[in-house]
Each structure stands twice: as structure tokens, then as C-alpha cells.
Ligand binder design. Structure first.
Ligand code: 13P
Length: 372
């Protein structure tokens, strides 16, 4: 099975290898720029190259099966002259590419639904896919982002349907070009809703996406799903079961089992604003729960496609002037514990403390993502 395979079933299997997940490092220059500026760096192509090199030059092959790159990174090189793509391939890591062009407001967005978006980029997607394939990309990502609207505590029907239709159209085009589509309908964690609201909306969104894919004739074993875990909103003030990884795991598995057919090989969770620690612990609990309880048995691989969940400590260290080597080592340590969590085998008593340098609780919420 090669990193340049064009067989979609094979690509899915490879990305879903046991104990491995995906490094989501496809931030747009705008999103990455805001993080860099916050970290005291200039947002230039050169600083973006240096930052990305901390990951693509690290030894991540033991825990990472694929890395999602921003298109500009497909043409960038490490300090040693190897292209990012070559460096990843040399470790057996498949290369993916972000193909959406960011978010735009929904036309009918108003009132309680203010802030709803759809995703840009479908018009030019076909012509871009052949170039990405030529550059070594074998999978792609398209992100839809849906906030739970205040007051109503739900997502509008229009937003659910439009985003599902766009994801299905994107998936169909990718498949026609030998590129595996990661379908990402993200429900944002912004808001003061409890986990129950999030569960209800997750079922609706995932159900609609699967329906749209099937109606388009997309084979579900030729996609991977990237969604969020079922957690309470970031401003939820309550306490009790929703703070417990076991509750999050059970409701997440329940939402998936009720909406996602077993033909989907892998659920590659985003971290979505959870801290690095929460992301790892909750992923671990998902796998433990899936194994331990028959009623939650799942047919899919449960792994990660984390952005902030894999990068936050490294960015923090880099911004504090720590050496490139120390940052790369941290990237490896954080990837490693998530590889363990993808098997349900992360155990701090055995493996030592989680390597994050950031607080375990709180959140990594960002309100600026989505601008291309
Ligand atoms: P987070 O893990 O930071 O949510 O990012 C994942 C991602 O790629 C969102 O599109």
C-alpha cells in the first residue's frame, strides 16, 4: 500500500491504521496569521514555512497516518531542502490538502440565525484537484462550520441542508479525481448549551450529510468523516455528568451509531477548541467505551484529525523562543499520546503525564477561523 495509492478503499484503510490519526495543519494564511501574531511572530510565508516545518520535519510516522496541508504548503520545503511532501512521504505519512476556500455568510442569515455560513470553493474545485493530485495529495478536506444559534438552541434547517449538499458535491468531485474526501460538518462549540442540545444537533447534521452523500451516489467506504465529539458549549456553566469523559463518549457514540452507516471506515474527530488534554482523554474514553460496552459497539475506527489538539503546545513553546529541536520533540510527544488514545491505551499511570505544556482544563476556542 503506497502513500501514492489511487485506490480509495486502500487510502481509507491506510489513514485509519490502528493507533494512528491525522495531523490537521491546513490553516489558511489568515487563521495561521492570527495565531502567529498572537504568538509575537509576523505572518509571512517564511514564518508559516518555519512553523509548519516543526511538524513536517519531526518524527511523526509512528502516530500519524496522514497530514492535511494548506495548498501553499504543497510547494514549501524544509530547511534541509526536502519538500514537505517528500519529508512526509518518507515517513509513510499520506498527504492531504484543504480544498475549501473558507466560509461565507448564508444569504438568508438573520435574527437568531445570524452568523450561519456555507463554504466557498466549489466553482473552482474541479480544476484545482488535478494539480493537487499531481503534487502528491491523495485525500482532501472540506470544512463546513455550523454554530448553534443562541435563543433557539438549534441550527437552521437551511444551514444544515446547504452545508450537507456542498459536502456531498465536493465528495463526488474528489472521488472522480482519485482523491479521498474527508467530509467535515463541524458544529461549533460556541454557546452556553448543554451536551443534550449538541447531541440533538449532531444527529441532525450527520444524518443529513449521510443522506446527501447517498443521494449523490457517493460510496461511503470512499470517504472518512470528521466531526466533533458531543460536548457542552464552551460557555455552559453547569457541572456534573457533562464534565465527565464517559458521558461525552457515550453520547458521541450514540449519535454516530444512529446516523453513520458502518460502511464509513473511520471517524477522525476534530479537537474543536477542547484543550490538548481533553482531546486526548476524550478520544481515549471513546475507544475504551466502544470496546467495553456491547451496546456502544461501533464498526468504525475512532481516531483523530486534530489541529489545535496536536499543535497548541508547540506553538506556545515556539512563541516563547524554545529551540526548533525542543518544539519538534514536543510535536512527537503530543502525537504519540494521541496515537495511544486512538487505541484506547492512553494511561497516565503507565505512560506518564500528558505532554501538554498548557492548562488541562479551559478551552482553545477561536472565533476567527474560516477566513481563507
Ligand atoms: P481543530 O482540531 O483545531 O478543531 O481543527 C481541526 C480542523 O482541521 C478543523 O477544520
Amino acid at each position: 500500500m503506497s502513500v501514492l495509492s489511487t485506490d480509495l478503499t486502500e487510502i481509507a484503510s491506510r489513514l485509519c491504521s490502528a493507533g494512528k490519526g491525522i495531523l490537521a495543519s491546513d490553516e489558511s494564511p489568515s487563521t495561521m496569521g492570527k495565531r502567529l501574531v498572537k504568538a509575537g511572530k509576523d505572518n509571512t510565508p517564511e514564518t508559516r514555512r518555519q512553523y509548519r516545518g516543526l511538524f513536517y520535519g519531526a518524527e511523526l510516522g509512528g502516530a500519524i497516518s496522514g497530514a492535511i496541508l494548506h495548498p501553499e504548503a504543497l510547494d514549501m520545503k524544509l530547511d534541509d531542502g526536502r519538500s514537505f511532501v517528500e519529508a512526509l512521504h518518507s515517513q509513510g505519512i499520506m498527504v492531504g490538502v484543504k480544498v475549501d476556500e473558507g466560509l461565507e455568510p448564508m444569504e438568508a442569515s438573520c435574527g437568531a440565525y445570524e452568523g450561519e455560513t456555507s463554504t466557498k470553493g466549489l466553482e473552482t474545485l474541479e480544476e484545482r484537484l488535478a494539480t493537487y493530485h499531481e503534487k502528491g495529495a491523495r485525500f482532501a478536506k472540506w470544512r463546513a462550520a455550523m454554530p448553534i444559534c443562541k435563543d433557539e438552541y438549534r441550527i437552521s434547517r437551511a444551514a444544515i441542508e446547504k452545508n450537507a449538499a456542498q459536502l456531498a458535491a465536493y465528495a463526488e468531485l474528489c472521488i472522480a479525481h482519485g482523491i479521498l474526501p474527508i467530509v467535515e460538518p463541524e458544529i461549533l462549540i460556541d454557546g452556553d448549551h448543554d451536551g443534550g442540545v449538541y447531541f440533538v444537533e449532531t444527529r441532525k447534521v450527520l444524518g443529513e450529510c449521510m443522506h446527501a452523500l447517498v443521494q449523490r451516489g457517493v460510496r461511503l467506504d470512499h470517504i472518512l468523516l470528521k466531526c466533533q465529539m458531543v460536548t457542552p458549549g464552551v460557555d455552559w456553566k453547569g457541572n456534573g455528568p457533562w464534565r465527565d469523559p464517559a458521558t461525552i463518549a457515550r453520547w458521541t457514540l450514540d449519535a454516530l451509531r444512529q446516523t453513520v452507516p458502518p460502511a464509513v471506515k473511520g471517524i477522525m474527530f476534530l479537537s474543536g477548541g477542547q484543550t490538548e488534554y481533553q482531546s486526548t482523554v476524550n478520544l481515549n474514553e471513546l475507544n475504551v467505551t466502544a470496546r467495553a460496552f456491547n451496546e456502544f459497539a461501533v464498526p468504525y475506527r475512532l481516531s483523530f484529525s486534530f489541529g489545535r489538539g496536536l499543535q497548541a503546545s508547540v506553538l506556545d513553546m515556539w512563541s516563547r523562543g524554545e529551540s526548533k529541536e525542543a518544539c519538534m520533540k514536543k510535536a512527537e510527544e503530543v502525537a504519540r499520546v494521541n496515537g495511544l488514545a486512538a487505541r484506547g491505551a492512553f494511561n497516565e499511570a503507565v505512560d506518564g503525564a500528558h505532554p501538554t505544556v498548557l492548562p488541562k482544563s479551559g478551552n482553545l476556542q477561536e472565533s476567527f477561523r474560516g477566513v481563507y
